[in-house]
Structures are given as C-alpha cells and as structure tokens.
Design a protein around this ligand. Structure first.
Ligand code: CIR
Length: 268
C-alpha cells in the first residue's frame, strides 16, 4: 500500500443539515445555528480546496444530525476504504449512506466484520494506524480493522483515548509523517513514543484537532499560542497555517478532522 499521513488528492465532505441542532454533545450549551454552520462549513471547504484537494460535497442527510462529520463513517487508504461501525447508535446508519460514494473512488471497499469503530478515534501516521479505544470504538472494532488492513500491509495499534474525551483525535493530529501535535496529557501516556511530539500549548487543548493537508495546516481560530507555534514549526516542516472559525461544529463536539474524509487516489 502506498501511503502518506498528509499528502492527499481528494476529500469527501457532506453539507450540514438543519437537523444539526440535534447533534450529539457532551455539554449543555446552545444548539448550533444551521445557517452559520453552513457558512463556516463553506469556509472549511474553501480551505481544503486551497490546500490542493479535489472536493466531493455530498448532500445533507436530514435523518442523521451528525452526518456532516463524515470522518466517523469511513476510513480511507490507498487503494482501500473501510466502512466503519459507529459506536453512537444514532450514527450507525451514516456508514451505509457513505458506502456507495466510497465505491466511486476506491477499487476495494472493506466492511468491518464486528465491533464498533469511529474514524475520529483513528490517527493515520506515516508508518501505522493508531486506534484509541473509547466509548465509541472498542477492541473488537480494532481487531476487525486490523483484519481488514492486513492484506494491505498497514499495521494497526490499539491505544487509549483519554477518559472524558470523545475521540482519540480530539487530542492529537499529524504534522508530518512521524511528527504529531498532541496534548501533553495524551503524550504522557506514551502512545507516541518513537514519534516527534509537538505539544499543544497548555490551556489550548481544543486546538489539538487540526488537519495537515499537503502543505497546509488547517486549524481553528482562537488559539493564538498554538497558531504562533505551528507557524514557526511550518517553516521547518514545509507547511503554512490557515485558521478558520468552526465554532458551530464545536458546539456539538466537532473539530476540524471530522468534517472531511481525506485520501490520495491511486494514480498509478
Ligand atoms: C458526535 O458526538 O458524534 C458528534 N456530535 C461529533 C463528532 C465529531 N467527530 C470527530 O471528531 N471525528
């Protein structure tokens, strides 16, 4: 399997539905405003496009309030995609809705045989696939993913999503093939031993969920220390930093990574 942690040709996104007001969330804050969500989603799409990927934007799904968070429904590698089994009961049907779209891009589409697994718990680095066990992703799901990827030669390693954290990637992201951006508390678990770790500045933990897409890091606005640190780091690692406001998604626990499925087409 040819593979990079951040070189992508394509991304699949889905428009937010008016039903985002019913999106799952841990807190008790206000509902997102669907019109503002759509505007901010548009800015996210523009940032992805500017980073050099070809976009496929799927129609909103009214029956699934969280369907805008496409990352949780599937995993995309080259040349195989894997349909997830979301752990949140209200989100289970999102995977089936994504499947026909995966067939448009991937010569092989595997289905997880058992367990529960959401893409937000999966961090793909240049050398392996880390899956954080969480309330949404279990050991059976990890084993099923390992079985699905075994023929393609990409190792899968189970780690632990921190307690009270929705997804593993709520706390980390890749900046390079073997460079991760991680909260200090997640890094202290030892799960990134052997990687270069850039720690998220204290007090800005919510900045951890960003995406590197080709030579651009897309992050949320409102985290000045992280933005400064990443901008400096970008001069070494060859990326520029773009900050966008995704505050409406954050109201229902959505970050930057969950709003797209990013992948590299098999161009051979
Ligand atoms: C949920 O709780 O499932 C959604 N409201 C948020 C999902 C965010 N997904 C992600 O970070 N990968």
């Amino acid at each position: 399997m040819t593979h990079s942690a951040f070189r992508f040709t394509d991304a699949i996104c889905r428009k937010p539905s008016a039903s985002v007001v019913d999106g799952l969330r841990a807190g008790t804050g206000r509902d997102p405003d669907p019109a503002l969500f759509l505007t901010q989603h548009g800015h996210y799409l523009t940032a992805l496009q500017n980073a050099g990927v070809q976009l496929t934007v799927l129609d909103a799904l009214d029956d699934f309030p969280d369907a805008v968070f496409v990352e949780d429904a599937a995993l995309c590698f080259t040349p195989v995609a894997v349909v997830c089994r979301p752990g949140a009961p209200t989100r289970f049907g999102e995977a089936a809705a994504m499947t026909p779209h995966l067939h448009r891009f991937f010569p092989r589409v595997a289905e997880l045989a058992a367990g529960r697994l959401e893409g937000g718990d999966v961090l793909v680095t240049g050398r392996e696939v880390l899956v954080g066990l969480s309330d949404r992703s279990d050991r059976e799901g990890v084993d099923a993913l390992a079985a699905a990827l075994a023929p393609h030669g990409l190792p899968v390693r189970a780690v632990q999503t921190p307690a009270d954290t929705l997804h593993f990637k709520s706390d980390c992201a890749v900046l390079g093939e073997d460079v991760v951006f991680s909260t200090a508390s997640l890094a202290s678990s030892g799960c990134f031993d052997g990687y270069e770790v850039v720690e998220v500045p204290a007090g800005e933990e919510a900045a951890a969920n960003l995406i590197r897409v080709n030579d651009t890091v897309i992050m949320r606005t409102g985290f000045p220390e992280s933005q400064r640190l990443l901008t400096e780091r970008g001069t070494v690692d060859g990326f520029e930093v773009v900050a966008i406001d995704t505050g409406e998604a954050a109201l229902i626990d959505g970050g930057l990574s969950c709003l797209s499925l990013r992948f590299a087409r098999d161009l051979r």
